[in-house]
Design a protein around this ligand. Structure first.
Ligand code: HEC
Length: 151
């Protein structure tokens, strides 16, 4: 194989990878910068109060299945994942957004579902089978809620 052909092939392979990086695995176009998704998915700011209910509600995100936020009024709060108390002081809104939409890209072995991913999903167990992913606005509401959790 000539070096030129080889480099052509390498470029083609890289482009498959960069297609992934471009966010083609999501429900809408997502731009990833480093470990963050800096731009709102819905083009609208999130609402922290709505985000709190998405976080706690069994019908929506139900993040409390695995996470606790001190001071949150919810019947049950889990500890499979880290407590998210003060998370807004540790992560930027863009970093929080990326972790919600595609935790499995950041931590390949995580039990946390990728909430905005539509392809390449791996099943995480019966509890999550067939669960709808969250909408762009629900994710923005969660980002607003968690960003408001400062120490
Ligand atoms: C099945 C359990 C589970 C569910 C449900 C879950 N998470 Fe997680 N989450 C985790 C785990 C575990 C981690 C830590 C990453 C790891 O090491 O796997 C994590 C990490 C995070 C982090 C990063 C925390 C940090 O300190 O870096 C954020 C933010 C987060 N989750 C938000 C959410 C939100 C919002 C929801 C609901 C939409 C949610 N999680 C649902 C298990 C879960």
């Amino acid at each position: 194989m000539t070096p030129r052909l080889l480099s052509g092939l390498t470029m083609a392979l890289l482009c498959v990878a960069c297609g992934q990086q471009d966010g083609n695995r999501f429900a809408s176009e997502v731009v990833i910068e480093g470990d963050a998704v800096p731009v709102s998915l819905s083009g609208e700011p999130g609402d922290a109060m709505r985000g709190q209910s998405v976080f706690a509600s069994r019908e929506e995100g139900h993040c409390v299945l695995c996470h606790r936020v001190d001071g949150l009024d919810a019947e049950f709060q889990g500890n499979v994942g880290p407590a998210l108390t003060g998370i807004g002081g540790r992560l930027t809104a863009g970093q929080i957004r990326y972790r919600i939409i595609d935790a499995q890209q950041i931590w390949p072995d995580t039990v946390m579902p990728s909430y905005y991913r539509t392809s390449g999903l791996r099943q995480v167990g019966h509890a999550y089978e067939g669960k709808p992913t969250l909408s762009a606005q629900q994710i923005e509401d969660l980002v607003a809620y968690l960003s408001s959790q400062t120490p």
